[in-house]
Design a binder for this molecule. Structure first.
Ligand code: FE2
Ligand code: FE2
Length: 227
């Protein structure tokens, strides 16, 4: 595997390993009071943890040693956590439409992740990585379906659409960018979606999210990657 592919696998491993921290933030909001969501989140966090472990093994098979302190270090470095967490907690107490935001955000993250994995399979063209990612993608599709279907239902009220649109428009960033930073996210993006054929994947990603009620304007992934 070349250095760019390895960098990308490391980025994805870090995102997957950060799920437990994302979950901690979510459970401090009113989402914790919705049993249909918490049932899903319980299984989701378990599966995402194993994705990070499998990607770690892939890196190790390529001669890269991953020390578990790497994950602890990533968790220490996230200065925006407290502000974001307080804002989300407050917002979730102020409006009953907060789960619509969460489900939409989750749908975008899951679809971005699986779109990234599909692009990585093509770009790296490495048999072991193809086998591993093909399995992971099956889980990501299931995660995406849950979030997307929930978002479709919860976005029916106009107020939920307005709230979600405002938050997504102003705060959205590519999955993993809050953890690894914008420079790394752009490097991954340039590697995965640089040519015309691959940029179509991003347009399909955006048009899928744009099917959600009130999100017909959504083009943020294509815009971020310049597709
Ligand atoms: Fe995952
Ligand atoms: Fe996922």
């Amino acid at each position: 595997m070349d250095d760019s592919a390895l960098f990308c696998v490391g980025y994805m491993m870090d995102i997957e390993s950060h799920t437990i921290i994302y979950l901690r933030e979510l459970l401090s909001t009113s989402v914790a009071e919705d049993p249909s969501i918490t049932a899903f989140l319980s299984c989701w966090a378990y599966e995402e943890f194993f994705h990070s472990q499998i990607l770690k093994r892939v890196l190790e098979s390529q001669g890269i040693t991953i020390d578990d302190r790497r994950f602890a270090e990533l968790r220490r470095r996230k200065p925006a956590d407290r502000v974001q967490q307080s804002f989300a907690r407050l917002l979730s107490r102020m409006t009953r439409h907060f789960p619509a935001v969460h489900m939409t955000w989750g749908a975008i993250n899951e679809l971005s992740t699986l779109t990234g994995y599909q692009a990585l399979i093509d770009r790296a063209n490495h048999p072991l990585l193809t086998t591993v990612l093909t399995h992971i993608i099956k889980d990501e599709r299931r995660h995406f379906s849950f979030y997307f279907n929930q978002a479709q239902t919860r976005l029916r009220p106009r107020a939920a659409q307005l709230l979600t649109s405002t938050i997504v428009r102003n705060f959205w960033g590519p999955v993993g960018s809050p953890v690894r930073g914008d420079t790394d996210a752009r490097q991954v993006c340039n590697y995965l979606f640089a040519d015309e054929e691959r940029s179509h994947r991003l347009q399909r990603h955006d048009s899928t999210i744009a099917r959600l009620p009130g999100l017909d304007w959504f083009d943020l992934a294509s815009r971020y990657c310049g597709a």
